[in-house]
Design a protein around this ligand. Structure first.
Ligand code: RB5
Length: 148
């Protein structure tokens, strides 16, 4: 089955985003690119929210966000109910974001992480099954907060 993901960036992450789109498509993934396109300064919450809504609604199972550090994007995305966004910085963290945390979005720092590392983290995350047992129990504790 072809894996579909949505991706968005601000001006601080656009270079990495464009490189990731190309690499992911070459690797066989279907990628919807929500922008930004170009170096003009934009507001990262706008891009985080539009991508996060597409994951929260179920249109996409996976979403990737890139800003300068990945910090602003992850904070904004996690404000959207049903989104569990992890800012990761290695292939191992990508794998663990799936296995331990059931993250449905990843955030990267375009100015702080290498594209190759981000690409490997995304592939590890998408191809790793969510852990069961204690991991599900802990994730459910977080999900329960959505109900409050
Ligand atoms: C933009 O300069 C920068 O603040 C943004 O890309 C991001 O790093 C915010 O967390």
């Amino acid at each position: 089955m072809t894996k579909r993901l949505v991706i968005a960036a601000d001006h601080g992450g656009v270079e990495m985003k464009d490189a990731l789109v190309e690499r992911l498509r070459t690797a066989g993934y279907q990628v919807e690119d929500l922008g930004t396109h170009g170096s003009e300064s934009v507001h990262y919450p706008d891009y985080a929210f539009i991508a996060a809504e597409k994951v929260a609604s179920g249109e996409f199972s996976h979403g990737v966000l890139v800003c300068g550090t990945g910090i602003g994007m992850s904070i904004a995305a996690n404000k959207v109910k049903g989104v569990y966004c992890a800012k990761v910085n290695s292939e191992e963290e990508g794998r663990l974001a799936a296995e331990h945390n059931h993250a449905n979005m990843l955030a990267f720092g375009g100015r702080t992480t290498e594209v190759n590392v981000a690409f490997k983290a995304i592939v590890a995350w998408i191809t790793t099954a969510p852990g069961e047992g204690r991991h599900t129990e802990r994730v459910n504790m977080i999900k329960a907060r959505d109900m409050v």
